[in-house]
Design a protein around this ligand. Structure first.
Ligand SMILES: Nc1ncnc2c1ncn2[C@@H]1O[C@H](COP(=O)(O)OP(=O)(O)OP(=O)(O)O)[C@@H](O)[C@H]1O
Ligand SMILES: [Mg+2]
Length: 259
């Protein structure tokens, strides 16, 4: 993997550093560069490796922290489309934790990142299997890396055909969705085979939390049903899954023992 964000001596790290600008000007906007710079100065990471994935809203980078561990740096694009911005509002308005805002695009994205971080924090504290949140600043969030050495755990989407015990994987997902709902009071709202990673022991991890809403959001149950249906639909290809209504009722009743 190519290292393109090299550790610099303190005096070399000054923001006026011409080389620093030369490399990053073309990749990041100025604010993003300043934020990255701030985060390295605060010691959250030292080297930024290449991009792991470019998404619609964000790019995911791997980075190395001062103890040599890999962390994930998710950088939201400020120049994201109007369509995406409208989509974001749907998951912010209606959540009692956030006031309805008439924010600029930049502020809305900062709020989106803050929301992703807070959601991850609530989920992680409730014992949901998800990346441990490390910090956030402006349009950047840093979290635990889920993978073995330089190989990130695969998405359920691609792991599907290799599953040894699909039923167990399915139940583990439902267990985590229940924990998220009953203990963290959250609904993921974008759950599918693309936002679930699976490790070599077939443990599952829920990822990508910005759109998660509080239970009190007027559409929370609708989102929960959609999440369960997405997962259920995926497993239909692999096994005889239980009835969707039963699973939904089981989750919202919150009386399962192992959550
Ligand atoms: N903590 C993590 N550890 C390992 N891999 C990760 C982690 N977070 C994200 N990834 C990888 O990066 C991909 C994109 O991450 P994520 O879903 O959070 O971003 P996104 O911008 O919302 O992407 P998309 O628009 O495709 O949903 C994931 O599918 C996963 O493969
Ligand atoms: Mg995603």
């Amino acid at each position: 993997m190519s290292v393109f964000f090299e550790r610099k001596k303190k005096e070399e790290r000054r923001i006026k550093d011409r080389n620093f600008y030369k490399i990053f000007d073309q990749v990041f906007d100025r604010e993003t560069m300043l934020t990255l710079y701030d985060l390295t100065n605060k010691g959250y990471f030292e080297y930024l490796y290449g991009v792991l994935k470019t998404g619609k809203e964000a790019n995911i980078f791997l980075a190395e922290d001062s103890s040599g561990d890999i962390v994930v740096v998710k950088i939201y694009r400020i120049d994201t489309s109007d369509y995406t911005v409208r989509g974001m509002r749907k998951y912010i308005d209606g959540d009692p934790r956030f006031h309805r805002i008439r924010a600029s695009r930049r502020r809305l994205i900062y709020l989106w990142v803050q929301k992703e971080y807070k959601n991850l924090e609530l989920a992680y504290e409730a014992g949901v299997s998800c990346p441990r949140p490390i910090t956030y600043m402006n349009n950047i969030i840093i979290m635990e890396y889920l993978g073995k050495e330089e190989y990130p755990y695969p998405m359920l989407k691609y792991y599907g055909r290799y599953m040894r015990n699909p039923r167990q994987i399915f139940e583990r997902i439902i267990e985590n969705v229940s924990r998220l709902y009953c203990k963290a009071n959250l609904v993921h709202a974008d759950l599918s085979e693309y936002n679930i990673l699976v490790d070599e022991d077939e443990n599952v991890y829920l990822i990508d939390f910005p759109q998660a809403v509080s239970k009190e959001h007027p559409q929370a149950l609708e989102f929960l049903y959609r999440d369960l249906r997405n997962v259920w639909n995926f497993f239909l290809n692999y096994e005889d899954v239980r009835d969707l209504e039963t699973i939904f009722n089981e989750v919202i009743s919150c009386n399962k023992k192992n959550i």
